[in-house]
Design a protein around this ligand. Structure first.
Ligand SMILES: [Zn+2]
Length: 114
């Protein structure tokens, strides 16, 4: 049945097959509920931004910007998580590096159902 092959996330229909790999990967990690807050970023002179997690960098090519990492995306549905605002966007689950939104966590990680 078509209904069985789709799942609703934030009001949008997703094919279960399209998110199965991401969900399986996320289940192998430990997640904790946290408010999303801005973190430091390394901004390459060419414009590419990476999360700063204490790695060494060459200041000739990179600039470290305090609080410059302003959002993340849910590993499963690409929902935007950012600081402040409503809890749907500002609270998620993290493994310390990556994030998943509350809806995906409750639907796929907590319940182990897909
Ligand atoms: Zn999600």
């Amino acid at each position: 049945m078509a209904q069985d092959s789709t799942v609703m996330i934030h009001g949008s229909a997703w094919k279960r097959a399209d998110i199965a790999d991401a969900v399986a990967d996320c289940r192998s990690h430990q997640w904790r509920r946290e408010p999303w807050v801005c973190r430091d970023a390394l901004v390459q002179r060419t414009g590419t931004t990476s999360l700063f997690v204490g790695q060494r960098y060459d200041p000739e090519f990179y600039e470290m910007v305090r609080g410059g990492w302003r959002h993340d995306h849910c590993e499963v549905c690409w929902w935007t998580l950012a600081e402040g605002g409503d809890e749907e966007h500002s609270i998620g689950y993290t493994d310390g590096r990556r994030w998943i939104c509350r809806e995906c966590y409750h639907q796929f990680i907590e319940t182990q159902a897909l």
